[in-house]
Design a protein around this ligand. Sequence first.
Ligand code: CO
Ligand code: ZN
Length: 342
Amino acid sequence: MKDLVKRLTEAYGPSGSEDKVREIIRAEVEKFADEIRVDSLGNLICRVAPKAPVAGSAPKRIMVAAHMDEIGVIVSYIDDKGFLRFSTIGGLSPYLLLGQKVVFENGTIGVFGTEKLEDMKSLAFDKMFIDIGASTREEAEKKVKVGDSAVILREFSDLGDRVTSKCMDNRISCAVAIEAMKSVRLEHHEAYFVFSVQEELGLRGARVSAYGINPDVGIAVDVTTWGDTPECAPFNVVLGKGVAIKAKDSSVIVHPKVKNLMIEVAEKKGIPYQMEVLERGGTDAGAMHLTREGVPSGTISIPCRYVHTPCEMVDMRDVDAAVKLLVGVVEELASSSGGGML
Ligand code: CO
Ligand code: ZN
């Protein structure tokens, strides 16, 4: 699985330009899906059919969403000397960009520089630029145009049980959903595994794909933050103690039936888990639960240190627990017969 995580996390895929990630995922899941389509915004939608559909009634639909996009920057202006000004894609801090390299979709590499500053506190995005090694605007424009996006250039590193990369948020969850698709066995109801676009800009891909699928229940898979490094804020989720089951974040208060089902499955199967209440941040469940007339939704979270930095870190034991919980919950939902799925 680490090899898959390496390939997914080293791929280029800022919000709105997820094609390369989608192609890797499509190749992985093709033989495990009964139907695959890409919608008009670029969401990859994979339907897995039930083995024993209930005669005389349409199967209910379970939607699983893992976003493919990552945070990045987009060129807003190129000056006469060939320096690029930029805008951000998703939640970034200017401090984290100092000393970093970026890579554009065509392979062009740049480094961040900054204007002369009074002190480090005055560092801001509008004082920064990207240097791609050009001396004039004409030279720069041969490689990069206004409107082109870039992501941090940073390789995947294997530290043992723990692994780090620029975009565990959220390729680690794409890997979880891929692994789940490979082993899940659906009895009566069907599942739609959605690899969504543009989550980092406001859950946009999940919103339209949920409208199209019209699911009966929604499960997002995403990273959450951590509470176990020196002097960090108290937080119930730590690395290595299992998958996190979300109760609330700023996008959703998880439907009690979904939350309780996740807890029951984890208890029954002996999957280590931790309860999560996140003050700030949201996931695709935020969009799914507000679809049409409302969809009971929840989130399976992977504990992740240093979220939205070039060095996001997860523990593969938590990742394995997330795969087991996702498979268990989807199978439990798909096996219900009679009135309602929950
Ligand atoms: Co994020
Ligand atoms: Zn995310």
